[in-house]
Design a protein around this ligand. Structure first.
Ligand code: CTP
Length: 402
């Protein structure tokens, strides 16, 4: 696979070195094109050394006066990746402006184009940037969504370029998605993931340490296999790498209940991975609760609605419903009870007793228990591989029940 990497002038350009390294390590052939401003942030020498190819920075090669043929470069590539893409270059791409070799190559490229923007949060939010993004999508270009976090300006929010590892994952998944094996083409998936935060007052809440990684990995794998995917996501900084996955952000168990139950009737599959709070404060103080000398505090908690149970009760014959169980003891027995109680097709058990499994980890160790009394135990693996084991079982069940 040949990747043409376009680098624009953004502080995120320093991450492009790592990106080239990862791509080369993965077996991609990489050629780099840089804008003038990109060369202020990182040197062409670094990138030519890492990519093992000369870097193109202008239409001609310096003193020799040789022509850098952008049309040939565009034809050479299996995909063009612009990372980081600055607000300036995005605007030019959206409007057909061609005042440097990167833009000329973009205009002549016949291969799929993927764009990983990077900018400050207000630039990202600006309507002109957003309309440029929409325009580029309408041309068939793929946007690798920006990530949330600390920005070079010191502000915190959306605008960071996707991490090089995530861009690589994106390419991998995209390759998988363009494979013939689109087992879930035309199927609609609704997932829940992450924690929920139950407010006590305007600054405090009851929450848990779920990162949403497992649910996001399943959402990405389902999308890669051709599904239309919506993920109802509790408060976490993580986002799926594919901009094509619909993300509905929620805060509380009640919001998650509303958003999920609204969407499930039109779905083929529900996979609920969220660590939903089981209890919520009965009242939320409008103002911050002040401590009083010598006094403790007690909170009255009420039960939240069980989203999974509700979906199980309203499941249609063609729908598949998958739940998760996180147990600390008697795992199989408890998971079996939940499978029946919540009317699931299968349940994924992970035990906190297993090292490397559960919240925050990149790995997980699961057991699948299904409604036909099958029990499958899996080794400790990355959450990505666990996601494909879960989807394999879903596919297996689908065939069996057909
Ligand atoms: N779940 C849900 N809504 C809730 C609570 C849980 O949708 N209000 C879902 C979770 O996403 C998970 C499954 O139910 O898929 C199992 O959740 P868990 O909390 O382990 O099970 P409970 O039935 O709440 O049982 P217990 O807390 O007694 O273990």
């Amino acid at each position: 696979m040949k990747v043409l990497l376009g680098i624009c002038g953004s502080i995120a350009a320093y991450k492009s070195a790592m990106l080239v390294r990862l791509l080369v390590k993965e077996g991609y052939e990489v050629k780099v094109i840089m804008t003038d401003d990109a060369c202020e942030f990182i040197t062409p020498l670094t990138l030519s050394t890492l990519s093992k190819n000369a870097v193109v920075t202008s239409f001609t090669t310096g003193k020799g006066g040789l022509w850098n043929n952008h049309v040939e470069l565009g034809l050479w590539a299996d995909c063009m990746l612009i990372a980081p893409a600055s607000a300036n270059t995005l605007a030019k791409m959206a409007n057909g402006i061609c005042d440097n070799v990167l833009l000329a190559t973009y205009l002549s490229a016949k291969c799929p184009v993927m764009i990983a923007p990077a900018m400050d949060l207000d630039m990202w939010k600006h309507p002109s940037t957003q309309s440029n993004i929409e325009r580029l999508k309408s041309f068939g270009n793929t946007i690798i969504d920006v990530e949330d976090g600390e920005l070079a300006s010191g502000l915190v929010g959306k605008g960071r370029m996707a991490e090089p590892e995530n861009i690589l994952d994106f390419l991998r998944q995209r390759a998988a998605r363009s494979d013939e094996r689109k087992h879930f083409a035309g199927k609609r998936f609704v997932l829940t993931a992450g924690p929920t935060f139950e407010p006590i007052d305007p600054v405090r809440f009851i929450g848990n340490r779920s990162s949403g990684k497992m649910g996001i990995a399943i959402a990405e794998a389902a999308y890669a296999a051709g599904a239309e995917v919506t993920i109802v996501l509790g408060p976490t900084n993580r986002r799926p790498v594919f901009a094509g996955i619909e993300v509905i952000s929620v805060m509380t168990a009640e919001e998650m209940f509303q958003e999920t139950t609204k969407r499930f009737p039109a779905a083929d599959v529900g996979i609920l991975t969220a660590a939903v709070a089981d209890f919520t404060p009965m009242t939320k103080a409008d103002q911050k609760i002040k401590k009083k000398k010598g006094e403790g505090m007690s909170l009255e908690l009420g039960r939240t609605k069980d989203i999974l149970k509700h979906l199980g009760e309203h499941k249609q014959a063609h729908q598949k419903l998958v739940g998760f169980a996180l147990e600390t003891q008697n795992g199989i027995e408890n998971a079996q009870k939940k499978l029946i109680k919540k009317n699931l097709d299968f349940i994924v058990l992970n035990s906190l007793a297993d090292k490397g499994a559960g919240f925050q980890h990149d790995t997980n160790k699961i057991t699948i228990l299904d409604k036909h009394n099958n029990i499958k135990k899996f080794e400790l693996k990355s959450k990505k591989l666990v996601a494909s084991d879960i989807l394999d079982h879903l596919e297996h069940l689908w065939t069996q029940d057909a």
